[in-house]
Each structure stands twice: as C-alpha cells, then as structure tokens.
Design a protein around this ligand. Structure first.
Ligand SMILES: [Zn+2]
Length: 168
C-alpha cells in the first residue's frame, strides 16, 4: 500500500515537470511596456525588503487572466496582497496574483492561459498607488544555483523573474 502510494507520488512529481508551460501576459491587452523589467528584486521595497515579482500597470477593472495552466489553490484576501489568487502551474510553480479589485475564480478551479481570474485593482498595500497586478512565480522545488549574493539572494532559489519568463 505504502509502496503504491510512493509510486503514485513519484509519477505525479514527474508529470508535473513534463507538462508543457503555455504562457500569456496575465493582464488582458497588456504588453511588455506595462511593467518595468528591472522591478524584479528592486530594493528597498517596503516591509518585503526586495520586490519579488513585477507590477503590471493597467486601468482599474481590466481583466486579470491566468498566465499559464493550473489549479487555483487560494482565492481570498490577505493583508499585504489584498485580493489574491494563487494557482499551482506546470513544473511545480506557484503563480501569485495580487492587489485584485475583484476575484473571479475560486479554490480548486482549473485555469488556463488567458482565462479571467479577476480584475486589476489597488487592494492590500497597493492602496493609494496606481492600480496594477503584482505577479510572482515561486518554485516549490528550489534550484540552489539560482541563488546569488544580492539582498535575500538565497530566495532566488525559489522566486523566478516573471519578466524573463514572460519574455521567452
Ligand atoms: Zn509588486
């Protein structure tokens, strides 16, 4: 029984890495000009120290769409992130969408590139700032060689630069 379970988990892990990553910019009608490609790991960055994602600026209410295929693990309110959607995507990567105005998905829903999951807003600690989508990508399986000597650089084993990823 335990052996079968171990095999199942192993198979699921491998499948997670084999699923191809289909990619789209996670704000409808946005382009690469709508974020600063140097904003990943920008510092100082409030209580977070460094900026572990990118901010895609758009009008309030513009659709936020899933950047890739996945399954929603969280859809709700967090203090810093405001209205937040978290999805598990291919390669065991977590996709984090924050400061939403509205959430238009729910836990365990399947998502795919371009599918609406909410709208651009200024919730959480984006209050008073221009509406934007904060987008982060986090590896569940760290790659230690991605770490470097920058501030909190060891966390780069987990955080992927969404600007580089979207530009592939
Ligand atoms: Zn941000």
């Amino acid at each position: 029984m335990l052996k079968k379970l171990a095999i199942l988990v192993a198979v699921l892990c491998v499948v997670g890495f084999v699923v191809p990553e289909r990619i789209t910019i996670p704000v409808a009608e946005a382009s690469r000009h709508d974020w600063n490609p140097n904003s990943f790991w920008f510092e100082p960055w409030g209580t977070s120290g460094v900026h572990k994602g990118i901010d895609i600026f758009a009008h309030l209410g513009r659709p936020v769409v899933s950047a890739t295929d996945g399954i929603v693990l969280f859809a709700g309110h967090l203090a810093k992130g405001g209205n937040v959607v978290v999805a598990l995507g291919p390669k065991w990567r977590i996709h984090y969408y924050a400061h939403l105005n509205t959430i238009e998905t729910s836990i365990f829903r399947l998502v795919w590139p371009g599918q609406a999951i909410g709208t651009v807003g200024d919730s959480g600690n984006a209050k008073g700032k221009p509406p934007h989508l904060h987008y982060s990508i986090v590896r569940l399986v760290p790659v230690p060689w991605a770490a470097d000597g920058s501030t909190q650089g060891y966390k780069k084993a987990f955080f992927i630069d969404p600007s580089a990823w979207l530009g592939r």
